[in-house]
Design a protein around this ligand. Structure first.
Ligand code: 5GP
Ligand code: ZN
Length: 111
């Protein structure tokens, strides 16, 4: 997607703090961290949001989900972590390219 900042990051047209990459996923630091550790787990394919996942994305979704605890361990988040997926306008989604937030590095406020 031409005007999508996350597609531009995936295509390496925009520099970022890359933490992990495989054939389907990139992980990089959030530019405005809301916790000491704040990573974004992003699909390489442009999918607009969680609400736009279809059965063909099952393996991608599972890989994104199972990557989270691995990243948390690598980041030293032994005490736990938070995973957030904002979806749509009312869900507070700012970037219309599916991503999971991984937050931690100290106690987070209760939801
Ligand atoms: P959303 O509100 O869509 O769930 O989250 C989007 C996140 O992307 C926000 O936390 C925001 O700080 C982050 N973000 C927006 N633009 C950029 C960018 O250009 N680079 C990086 N690394 N993060 C970004
Ligand atoms: Zn995109």
């Amino acid at each position: 997607m031409k005007n999508c900042i996350f597609c531009q990051i995936v295509a390496k047209e925009v520099p970022t703090d890359l933490i992990y990459e495989d054939d389907q996923i990139v992980v990089f630091k959030d530019i405005f961290p809301k916790a000491r550790i704040h990573l974004l787990v992003v699909s390489k394919e442009h999918v607009q949001s969680l609400a736009h996942l279809s059965p063909e994305h099952t393996s991608l979704a599972t890989r994104m989900l199972t990557l989270l605890p691995k990243l948390a361990k690598e980041q030293g988040l032994e005490g736990g972590f938070r995973t957030v997926i904002n979806t749509g306008t009312d869900g507070g989604q700012e970037i219309d390219h599916i991503h999971f937030h991984l937050l931690g590095g100290g106690p987070l406020p209760r939801m």
